[in-house]
Each structure stands twice: as C-alpha cells, then as structure tokens.
Design a protein around this ligand. Structure first.
Ligand SMILES: Cc1cc2nc3c(=O)[nH]c(=O)nc-3n(C[C@H](O)[C@H](O)[C@H](O)COP(=O)(O)OP(=O)(O)OC[C@H]3O[C@@H](n4cnc5c(N)ncnc54)[C@H](O)[C@@H]3O)c2cc1C
Length: 487
C-alpha cells in the first residue's frame, strides 16, 4: 500500500498541518485545490478506517478531477456513499484519500418521465422525504439511514422487491466517472454492457455520481409491523415462513417479509417478522398473506405497528431509529434453496455456536435472519434487463449479524460469524440445498462475493472491466470492497 508521503510526493499535494487540509500546489496539474474534511461517522465503528484525507467533492466534475489525478499519480483511494458497510476499508482507507460523496445529495423528480434523479451521496431518508410530495417513491433501503451508492451497486433488497426485483434492477441510468476522469452515462441504451455489470458491480468500474431511478406509485398507503414470537413458536413460525418462501411471496407481492431470530446477551432466543404491505390495511380484514403472523395461531409476544396506512418513509425511518449508528457489527451471508428442516437446522447451528463465552461479551446481541427471493422478484429483474447476480431460481438469502461493544472483541466476533456461516453452508450442502449466490450488501470481510454470481456473470464482468477500466484502477488503487476475480 502506498504511504501518505508517497501520495503527497506523487500528486504534488502539500499538507497544511494546522487544519489537516490538503492543497494542490500545482494548479495546472490539479485544476483546483482539494480540501480535506473531518471524518463523518461510520455506522459500525468496527468498519472505521481513518483516511489521511477525506475529500468531499461538490459535484461530478470534482470527482472526475480527483479520480483522474489519483489514476495518473498512482494514489490509493476509497469511495464512500453512506458508510454503512460492515467491513473496514470498504468505505475508508489507511494511507490514502477517501472520496466521500455526501455532498452529492440532490433529489429531483420529473413527472413527464416518471424518473427520479438521485445524487449518489444521498441516504434513503432524504430520498423518500423528497419524493413523497410527488406521491412517488423508489426501491431503496429498508432502513432509511443507509447510503444510496453502496446499496444500489450491491443489489438492494427493498420492501418492493417481490413486485419489482432488486433495487438495482430499477435503475434507469447512472452517471459514472471512469478511471481516466471521463464522465459517461450507462443505461440500457448507452454503454449497456457496463450498465448491466454495475448492477452488482460495487466499486469495480468507477465512481457513480448519479442514479436515475424508476419510481413507484406511492399514492396508496403503506404499512409496516413487527411481530415478536417466543422461542416456543419457532416450529409454527418457521412453517409459515417456509410457506412464504415457497409461493407465499408470489401469491401477494405487495407484501414483504424479513424473518429473524435474535439472542440478546444471555437471554433466551426470540423470533421476529418484519412485514410490510403496500396497500390499505384493515385490521379486521388483513390481506390473507399477513394473517398467519397477525392472528394468534402462531403465539406471539407482541405485534408492533410501525406505520399503519402511512408511508414507506415512515417504516424505513422507524427501522433506522432502531438501528442507530455507534454499535460494532459484522456480517456473514449465504443462500439456500428453501427447505423447512434445513431452516430449522441452520437456526439450531446459530444458537449452538452462540455459546455462553460469546453471549457474555459486553453489549452482545446476534441475529440470524432470512429473506425469500421468489419467482416474481426474479421475473421482474429479468424483465428489466437483468443484473450480475446469475440467479436462475428462487432462493432464500440468509445472514448472521452480531453486535458488540468493545474493539477488543472484534476478532472473536468475526470468527464467530465465519464459524456459524461455514457450518451452515456445510449443512446446506449436505442437504443438497446450497445455493451459490451471496448477497453483496451482506457480505462479510472474509467472504468472496462476486465469484458466487457464477461463471457467465464473472466473465461478463471481467470483459467489461478490461474495456472500461483497462488499467484496473478500481482494483489496484481502490483496495476496499468486493473485487472481480483477477482484478
Ligand atoms: C442498518 C442497515 C440496514 C441495511 N438494510 C439493507 C436493506 O434493506 N437491503 C439491502 O440490500 N442492504 C441493506 N443493508 C446493507 C447495505 O446496503 C450495505 O451496507 C451498503 O453497502 C450500504 O451502502 P452505503 O453507501 O451506506 O455504503 P458504503 O459503506 O459507503 O459503501 C459500501 C461499498 O460501496 C462502494 N460505493 C459506495 N458508493 C459508491 C458509488 N457511488 N460508486 C461506486 N462505489 C460506491 C464503496 O466503495 C464500498 O465498497 C443495510 C445495512 C445496514 C447497516
């Protein structure tokens, strides 16, 4: 890795020690001075890496100048959207410059085209709030504090995914800065191969500065609930969840469900379902797809309304408030083909590995969660031109997410997560139900993600990598993030 000194030398940057500000000394080389900002927060302090300089561009041209300079001078850098990655170095860098996109935060809506133009440094909270007066919304984070850039380039599971596919499938076009500083548009019409690769391509092709997104009608009400169920309800709940994984989500794609189990410290495990419904809700006559979770057939501890006949923004804000930044987290993910016994076995593995030694670490909590990806979701992705994921049949995305307090426990928690994941993957293989796909947005630091998209996708991504980033700037000089094999 290049040292900061090397970066200074090679770029002609001069450090103003007092303000920790960098200025380009040579205006011909550098076009305009770059100033260093102070650090914005990371959602998980376990992912934090402090860059030597944080550069916060005001517009796309600033991004282009910086990238061109870094490419020419061989300077390492990182790209940050909302800083919600779980992995250190993905949106931070040691001995390098962090391009933080937080000032690229405009949101506009064109009623003629029905498209929304979103600056890549936005968080979903601002996007939902800005679009709400137009009675439209977009496929975005289920938690509103999440950043737009990382979420969309990693796929993006949204409350609307059963109807509209991955959020990334709903991108109409992007504005992207390539390694040579060129600003181009990629869409189904222009640079169409690059466009497809970006959907799951993370930071491998360039810095995306703007996303133009298809919108969804938001004139109808949106509802969200959290059902909380005791450990003793696991069998009943998982049976219902299995049914949702195997046709339930397709039977009423206005619904969306995240199934999870959690352990908080030394307390007994609980189950939860976050469920949303994109239409009017009548408590006396709920949509049949929701009924099993709301009535008492599956004994519950509480059904907590998040927003009744409200908006998607309200639901995402509420979830975000429950997942505030500041705690340490890591993540691990894999996928399976739906199987009731396997789902229960995986939950048992997770519970078994969550030993007393792990549970008694300060601030410990852990979540085991799964997300069905059904036929209509996949059909919607295909109808919109496809993506990089290489998924051909319905599956269930699974993830393990521990939380803890102390940096001293970081390594233990990463090991714990990897151990649970590896055992679960083996159990899925043994059951003949292992699905190769790994959801990039939930990928842990020790996981290979892009190879899980399959040979055809990887080959397409590699070919376009050579075409659009021939010097491999976004592999070589941007060390963080999930990389394309060979780059
Ligand atoms: C509380 C919480 C809730 C979440 N909910 C969901 C959910 O509902 N659905 C889901 O799919 N995921 C979800 N995620 C995962 C989330 O999508 C990823 O963590 C995602 O990377 C966050 O995007 P970001 O811009 O905040 O990330 P960052 O940490 O800023 O960036 C992540 C990666 O993307 C790259 N990147 C970011 N912006 C750009 C850009 N403009 N151009 C090129 N590369 C870029 C970065 O270099 C980095 O490698 C959630 C995460 C958290 C912490």
């Amino acid at each position: 890795m290049l040292s900061f000194k090397t970066i200074l030398l090679c770029s002609g940057l001069v450090l103003r020690v007092d303000a920790f500000a960098l200025q380009f000394r040579n205006p011909v080389t550098c076009l305009q001075p770059l100033e260093c900002d102070t650090l914005s927060t990371y959602w998980s302090p376990a992912a934090r890496q402090d860059a030597t300089c944080i550069f916060t561009p005001a517009n796309t041209q600033d991004v282009a100048r910086a990238v061109k300079l870094f490419t020419r001078k061989n300077c390492q850098f990182a790209i940050r959207g909302g800083g919600h990655s779980y992995n250190p170095g993905w949106a931070g860098i040691v001995n390098g410059v962090l391009i933080s996109l937080s000032n690229l935060n405009t949101v506009t809506y064109d009623p003629q085209t029905g498209l929304a133009s979103i600056g890549a440094g936005n968080r979903w909270r601002n996007v939902y709030a800005s679009l709400a007066p137009h009675n439209v919304t977009v496929l975005g984070g289920r938690s509103s504090n999440v950043g737009v850039g990382g979420y969309l380039t990693g796929g993006g599971i949204s409350y609307y995914s059963n109807e509209r596919g991955w959020a990334t499938d709903n991108i109409h076009s992007v504005e992207i800065v390539l390694a040579d500083g060129k600003i181009i548009t990629a869409s189904r019409e222009q640079n169409s191969e690059l466009f497809r690769c970006i959907k799951g391509g993370s930071n491998n092709y360039g810095v995306i500065t703007k996303f133009v997104l298809e919108t969804v009608d938001a004139s109808r009400p949106f509802n969200g609930f959290v059902g909380v169920y005791p450990d003793s309800s696991t069998n009943d709940l998982f049976t219902a969840a299995y049914s949702y994984c195997t046709g339930g989500s397709d039977s009423d794609p206005k619904s969306h469900m995240i199934f999870s189990s959690s352990i908080n410290g030394t307390s007994v495990a609980l189950n939860a379902v976050i469920m949303t419904y994109r239409d009017a809700f009548d408590a006396a006559n709920p949509a049949p797809v929701l009924e099993p979770y709301l009535d008492s057939n599956i004994p519950n501890l509480a059904i907590i309304p998040i927003s009744i006949n409200g908006t998607v923004g309200e639901v995402a804000n509420a979830l975000s408030n429950g997942q505030a930044p500041g705690n340490r987290y890591t993540m691990g993910t894999f996928s399976i083909y739906a199987d009731l016994e396997l789902l229960k076995d995986l939950r048992n593995i997770w519970a078994e590995e969550t030993t007393t030694t792990i549970r008694t670490r300060p601030g410990f909590a852990t979540e085991f969660a799964f997300q069905p990806v059904g036929e209509k979701w996949l059909a919607s992705s295909a109808a919109r031109g496809g993506n990089s994921f290489g998924i051909t049949s319905p599956l269930v995305v699974v993830w393990i997410q521990p939380r803890w307090n102390s940096a001293a426990d970081d390594a233990v928690m990463v090991e714990y997560t990897d151990r649970v994941r590896t055992r679960c993957e083996q159990a899925a293989r043994d059951a003949g139900k292992f699905a190769k796909f790994r959801h990039l947005n939930y990928g842990g630091r020790n996981q290979d993600i892009i190879p899980s998209f399959g040979t055809a996708s990887v080959l397409r991504m590699q070919l376009n990598k050579i075409r659009y980033d021939p010097l491999n700037v976004f592999g070589r000089l941007v060390p963080g993030g999930f990389k394309i094999p060979g780059f």
